[in-house]
Design a protein around this ligand. Structure first.
Ligand SMILES: [Ca+2]
Ligand SMILES: [Ca+2]
Length: 89
């Protein structure tokens, strides 16, 4: 799923040049990437529902045991995964 990959990439602070495009609207490449991830329907603005969808996906990724909450150990594991991805850069 494209959005899952982009969420992980953005979370890990990675930039994906082929997905970013030119910064012709004054946004930096990183800002453009964040915007494109969040603007899921590509209409040029981020609606509340799009933001809630992304935060929901991030929450589900962080809630490793699916109990409806993110415990400290889950937060630590997710942070470790993000750091490992960042080291791949
Ligand atoms: Ca939108
Ligand atoms: Ca949990």
């Amino acid at each position: 799923m494209r959005h899952s990959f982009l969420i992980i990439a953005v979370t890990a602070g990675l930039t994906v040049p082929s997905l970013v495009g030119a910064a012709e609207d004054g946004l930096s490449k990183e800002e453009r990437l964040y915007f494109e991830v969040l603007d899921q329907d590509g209409n040029g603005k981020i609606e509340r529902s799009e933001l809630e969808t992304i935060t929901g996906l991030i929450f589900r990724m962080a809630d490793l045991n699916g109990d409806g909450g993110v415990a400290k150990d889950e937060m630590k594991k997710i942070n470790g995964i993000v750091r490992a991805i960042q080291k791949l850069r």
